[in-house]
Design a protein around this ligand. Sequence first.
Ligand SMILES: [Zn+2]
Length: 183
Amino acid sequence: MTSRFFPYSAQQADLPPLDQQMLDDVDSEWLRQAFVWANAARLRGNRPFGAIIVASDGRILAEAFSNTRETGDSTGHAEMNCVRQLGTARLAIDVIADATLYASAEPCVMCAGAIGSAGLRRVVFGVDKQRLQQMRPDLRPSAMSCHDVFAHSKHAVECIGPCLVQEALSVYEDSWLSPNAAP
Ligand SMILES: [Zn+2]
């Protein structure tokens, strides 16, 4: 999956690197699965975000897409929906602590709070919030980032991203870009 969409240039110097660090094959595979869920969200008319939580033994613990438009629930972000699945599954604390949440895009502060509260300790995300903001300059930029929230979580949360940005951006082609699109 490659992106034909690179709308930014003027503020390129202000953007984080395309890949904060090179992912190994396992992380890359799961992050790409989050992109698949983001695309599923888009196809259903939702905002194009997806997430998946994977245990250290490779078991999928949760997977979800953003369904805010479908449900009218403004908290239905992909990461939030995943965290809710963890609660439903009644998983052991140590299983959650050793798991990784993969998100197609940088988690917002609401989701970052939920991730920390759930006891997750590792996050890998695709496109960063600065690039998302460039796509939708009509939206008010958020000064806080998930890194700020994770820095104050009850447990340390390792957060890796942006990663595989060019692939992540392909989900946003022809969606979420129109000034008339809902936030
Ligand atoms: Zn969110």
